[in-house]
Design a protein around this ligand. Structure first.
Ligand code: 26V
Length: 821
């Protein structure tokens, strides 16, 4: 895409070329004659980083002078992906760089593929944090992201004989050209030990925490540049180091391993990202990670605030701290500890400052993902915090009793301590009471927060819960990942589209009626499909027809996301084709990808089933390629950038009420795919924006799902008996039609959904089948399909993360004027 509207400035081209050559020589230490592609990558990245750095300094200086309020986004995950094209594109020098490198016989496309993904996140939550960082820089919101610089990001998925295996991801092996190490920005973080109360002059107890173990947090900064270099913010990630490198006396005494044990223990904190996205909460190392990054970040931001303002009295006027899920919720207790124990504030005053500064985003209502920590563990690891939590809880419950709330069940539900299965601290409740705003990530999800998990707290604090529907950055998910489609759109509606897609995308609507435009739109998308097909052929050896309907489901593998429903449909289609091989079938390619948590057996079995089904169908000559199934291994941000622009059909089929928002749904629609989906998460708002005529909505609603749950209706026998198609599919899978080597492999899986269909896969099967028939009918009517496709792109502007951030900025952080309407 040509984002610089005029012809390239030859001076800029040669200046960039010189900059790259200079980096290659003096920073990488290579002669261009002997440089490997990886050396070129580093040189280009460093040259781009210099340009970012110039703006970064200028912007930071300006923001200090202006004394703006700052936003601090605390997140254990930032799923960034690659940064090369992102930086060049946002700096407005992508074409300049390409041309400059061309002159050196270096192909930017080849170099781009060498950059490892920064996969410091599991899925939607981490990717949202990355989109938000980019949007905040674009909108000029002075923001700092705070997180952990994991040495190993999300594992690499390899598929061996159809099963997922996990391998470590080593993204830092060749260094990281985007970051600046800041050894001088370091804080000591305490763990364990005990608390002593010493009376002050007035006889009031003062609390001193004598921690037993100290770990050092070292800052690493990555500049994040906004669109057209509008502004540059900082992502500050902490690395854990021991207080002392190793124990010299122990080493000299011959204990060569023990001398390093503290080092290993300290460094384990930033060693690896927790690779689960909803299970396995509750391990000690995880709590150490949470406290480590929260404590370092709060010390850092309080130091900055004090340096600028001289007092913490006005903290909420100049700092807004957003907690990305409950992972940083210990911030409530830590901020109180810092204000009261360290900075000498009275409890009440400290509490007012804390609540006014913090806000919390909830990203899931799944019970297994709601964090709670055993009281015993907390007392051992963070004894002072446990006291503070007890104190917050006592005040919280007293305040309710003072308001004549005496209902025992209610008090029990809103308490910060769960008493039922061993005493545990409820981090969601802690985050809720310690924040002035608590938000959900789509209208339905927010509504369900009010009605379910937080219903009692909502009754007590009715103003606190607010909705902020998620968004995505169009710079990455349209301009960078789909440059040709972007160019076509710009040609149609003008270059303003690039600066104001939220409003200007709509200008594409009339083009849905323009046959020539539709043709070109479809042709461009065919080009993307060819690219993906070639990649699949190269990497997996599977031949797919680019003219077939590309039906795509890519996301973490989870029972509630119902990849299984998609697979049941695949088998039903397969059986239908086999029954009538000469029929007039719509050629279709089912594409799936996603990672399962290592310990999530059922999810891993679903991956195996996908691969078993793929092998059987792809090898069956009677199908004649009319149906192909591909499970693309190791799904990540870079693969998403290639897969999403090539999709015709986007699968968003979670059990209604369980997907908080979804964000790939928005990426697909923006790129022209039509959605088949349930009324769940942000699909609801999408159907309002795009129109039901241009999506395939099916299945039980959240209300109907809830009614079944209340009635305990999970037995699927009736659905199976009522659908001969479904029963045939299930008996084939159960009977080993896809697992001849181990015919019983799926017996348990099929039995479990038959007797207890928790995610209502069978209940929704027929509706899904019917919706898929509509998909096929629409696909056959190319005019109608492409009209809808154009309208999907045209009507997705509202899902820009710029809109989402503007809402946070005006309603929660108060760093921008109120939004209209
Ligand atoms: C929970 C846990 C628990 C234990 C270990 C590690 C870990 C990591 C993450 C989580 C929380 C998962 C919540 C989550 O990812 N929610 C997703 O958030 C997206 C952005 O708001 C949203 O689009 C998805 O619908 C929602 O599932």
């Amino acid at each position: 895409m040509t984002q610089e509207s005029n012809a390239l400035d030859p001076e800029a081209v040669s200046a960039f070329r010189e900059a790259v050559l200079s980096k290659l020589t003096y920073s990488v230490g290579k002669d261009p004659e002997h440089a490997f592609d990886h050396d070129w990558f580093e040189a280009i990245a460093l040259a781009a980083r210099d340009q970012t750095t110039d703006r970064w300094m200028a912007h930071t200086r300006k923001s200090y002078q202006q004394g703006k309020k700052r936003v601090y986004y605390l997140s254990l995950e930032f799923l960034i992906g690659r940064l090369l094209i992102d930086s060049l594109s946002n700096l407005g020098i992508l074409d300049i760089a390409r041309e400059a490198l061309h002159g050196l016989n270096v192909d930017l496309e080849r170099i781009r593929a060498l950059e490892p993904d920064a996969a410091l996140g599991n899925g939607g939550l981490g990717r949202l944090a990355a989109c938000f960082m980019e949007s905040m820089a674009t909108l000029g919101v002075a923001a700092h992201g705070y997180g952990i610089r994991y040495e190993h990001g999300l594992f690499r998925q390899v598929i061996v004989d159809g099963w997922q295996h996990e391998q470590t991801e080593t993204w830092l092996d060749f260094g990281n050209p985007w970051e600046f190490e800041r050894p001088e920005v370091s804080y000591l973080i305490g763990f364990g030990g005990n608390v002593v109360a010493v009376p002050d002059e007035q006889g009031k107890p003062q609390y001193f925490w004598n921690w037993a173990e100290g770990v050092r947090a070292i800052a690493y900064d990555t500049p994040i540049v906004g669109w057209r270099g509008a502004s540059v913010n900082t992502l500050r990630l902490w690395r854990a180091r021991p207080e002392a490198d190793f124990h010299l006396e122990r080493f000299n005494a011959g204990d060569h391993i023990g001398a390093f044990s503290e080092l290993a223990r300290a460094e384990s904190i930033s060693r690896v990202l927790y690779p689960a996205d909803s299970t396995e909460a509750g391990q000690e190392l995880r709590l150490r990670q949470e406290y480590f990054f929260v404590a370092a970040s709060l010390q850092d931001l309080l130091r900055r605030h004090l340096k600028q303002r001289g007092t913490l009295d006005n903290l909420p006027e100049f700092a807004a701290i957003q907690l990305n899920d409950t992972h940083p919720a210990i911030a409530v207790a830590e901020l109180m500890r810092l204000l009261v124990d360290v900075h000498g504030y009275g409890w009440e005053h400290g509490w007012r400052l804390t609540v006014a500064t913090l806000s919390y985003t909830n990203h899931t209502l799944l019970p297994e993902a709601l964090e709670t920590w055993p009281v015993g563990l907390m007392e051992r690891m963070l004894p002072r915090h446990m006291q503070i939590i007890y104190m917050i809880n006592a005040n919280h419950l007293d305040a309710l009793r003072a308001r004549e709330v005496h209902d025992f069940e209610l008090l029990r539900a809103v308490s910060l301590i769960e008493e039922d299965n061993g005493r545990r601290v409820r981090m969601g409740n802690l985050a809720f009471v310690g924040s002035h705003r608590v938000n959900g990530v789509s209208a339905l999800h927010t509504d369900l927060m009010r009605k379910t998990v937080f219903t009692h707290l909502h009754g007590l604090y009715p103003q606190r819960i607010t909705n902020k529907t998620n968004g995505i950055t169009f710079r990455r998910w349209l301009y960078q990942s789909n440059p040709e489609l972007t160019a076509l759109m710009v040609e149609a509606v003008g270059p303003q589209l690039l600066d104001d897609p939220e409003n200007r995308l709509r200008d594409l609507e009339p083009f849905a009626e323009d046959a020539d435009f539709r043709h070109r739109f479809a042709a461009q998308r065919l080009h993307n499909k060819r690219l993906l097909a070639a990649q699949i052929k190269d990497t997996m050896g599977i031949e797919i027809d680019p003219h077939a309907l590309f039906d795509v489901q890519v996301k973490r593998i989870h029972e509630y996301k119902r990849q299984l429903l998609n697979l049941l449909h695949t088998v039903a289609l397969y059986q239908a084709i086999r029954a009538d091989p000469g029929g007039n079938w719509v050629p279709r390619v089912k594409i799936l990808a996603g990672k399962a948590a290592a310990s999530y057996y059922q999810a891993k079995l679903i991956i195996k089933l996908a691969n078993d089904i793929a092998r059987t169908i792809n090898d069956d000559p009677t199908v004649r390629g009319l149906l192909k199934v591909v499970f693309i291994p190791n799904y990540n941000v870079s693969k998403a950038e290639r897969i999403i622009p090539a999709a015709d059909l986007s699968e968003q089929i979670s059990t209604a009420g369980l997907e908080a928002s979804g964000t790939s749904n928005m990426k697909f629609a923006l790129n022209g795919a039509l959605t088949i989906g349930t009324l769940d998460g942000a699909n609801v708002e999408m159907s309002e924006q795009i129109g039901l005529d241009h999506m395939f909505i099916f299945g039980l609603t959240a209300q109907q799902v809830d009614a079944r749950k209340r009635a305990g209706e999970f037995n699927a026998e009736a659905s199976i008996i009522g659908s001969p198609r479904l029963s045939e599919v299930l008996s084939a899978i159960r009977g080993g039609a896809f697992s001849a080597d181990d015919p019983g492999r799926y017996t348990g899986l099929v039995d479990s959904i038959t007797w207890h269909d928790t995610y209502l896969v069978c209940a929704d099967f027929e509706a899904y089948w019917q919706a898929q028939l509509e998909v096929e009918a629409r696909w056959r009517d190319a005019d109608s399909w492409w009209r809808s496709s154009v309208l999907n792109s045209a009507r997705t502007g509202w899902f820009s993360s710029d809109r989402t951030i503007r809402e946070y900025a005006s309603d929660i952080w108060k760093v921008l004027p109120p939004t209209e309407g």
